[in-house]
Design a binder for this molecule. Structure first.
Ligand SMILES: Nc1ncnc2c1ncn2[C@@H]1O[C@H](COP(=O)(O)OP(=O)(O)O)[C@@H](O)[C@H]1O
Ligand SMILES: [Mg+2]
Length: 280
């Protein structure tokens, strides 16, 4: 039975989805900025009230705030098209900041190109096409270290300690690997520059449950080596279990912010973003 008592199940699902949408709009209206206290010096990474978009005059991010402190794993979840990838791309300098502030260890990084961020210790793994399929694993990792070719052997050994597959199959073409293995290559490549911040965009998308779990475990291990992580995730529940804090984005704005556990237990977050009707 739905709230308006519609007897037709298909109809009822549509009605319920509309109710979820309406409640989301209300929640967004009430939501403030993404719980940020303090200034740029207080955070490893601070994105404050970001406005950004692809097409002139059309903003996709409408004032997004995100903070990352040393040692944290921070999750970004939210419906398709909420602007999660856009936020992470804006942080990485792939999309210009139209309004708002972006700082890394207190220093302004708004306007820096992506390679400038790589030099400052930020790694990024895109959502799709994140390996060179015609190159071997080793060559993919060499691409990751192209700014510092002389450190290759030492870094390769360090990265292979986290991802043994990379050494075991170093001469295999990345294109011959499974989706889960490719994610390891993509993360390994980003780690070649020894970043202090790693930005991951949906690392478990399209993977079998076993591989999803492996990716989550590897992310935790990478984090334990001292790398702070921001990850966008489609497997929101699992991600909120392993992260320190999470952001729910909706329509380019912060809808909910809190510890992973708080968000997982928040009835509004469950109803609006984690339930079966909350998809899409
Ligand atoms: N390259 C692009 N050019 C124009 N619009 C884009 C581009 N990429 C994404 N968008 C739009 O930006 C919005 C947010 O997309 P995205 O950040 O990819 O969402 P999410 O990652 O949360 O699913 C969507 O409406 C999408 O259509
Ligand atoms: Mg995305």
């Amino acid at each position: 039975m739905t709230e308006n008592g519609s007897p037709n199940p298909k109809r009822a699902a549509v009605d319920e989805a509309a109710v979820v949408q309406e409640h989301r709009e209300e929640a967004l209206e009430q939501a403030g900025p993404g719980a940020e206290v303090g200034g740029p010096e207080d955070y490893l990474l601070l994105a404050r009230d970001l406005v950004a978009g692809y097409v002139p005059g059309v903003n996709i991010l409408n004032g997004c705030t995100l903070t990352l402190s040393e040692g944290e794993v921070v999750a970004i979840i939210g419906p398709n098209g909420a602007g999660k990838s856009t936020l992470i791309k804006t942080v990485f300098g792939l999309i210009p900041v139209r309004e708002g502030g972006l700082t890394l260890r207190g220093a302004d990084i708004a306007g820096l190109p992506a390679h400038g961020l790589v030099e400052r210790g930020v790694g990024y793994v895109p959502q799709t096409q994140n390996v060179f399929p015609s190159l071997t694993i080793e060559e993919n990792l060499q691409m990751g270290a192209f700014l510092r070719p002389r450190t290759f052997s030492a870094r390769f050994a360090a990265v292979a300690e986290l991802f043994p597959l990379l050494a075991d199959r170093r001469r295999a073409k990345a294109g011959s690997l499974s989706g889960g293995e490719r994610q390891m290559v993509a993360m390994g490549r980003a780690l070649m520059m020894e970043p202090s911040v790693l930005l991951l965009d949906e690392p478990t998308a399209g993977l079998s449950p076993i591989y999803q779990e492996e990716v989550f475990q590897r992310v935790k291990e990478v984090n334990e080596t001292g790398v702070s992580v921001v990850m966008v995730e489609q497997n929101a529940r699992r991600c909120l279990q392993i992260c320190d804090r999470g952001y729910v984005l909706d329509q380019g704005r912060n809808a909910y912010t809190g510890s992973g556990a708080d968000l997982l237990n928040d009835p509004n977050v469950i109803e609006l973003y984690l339930g079966t009707l909350a998809k899409g």
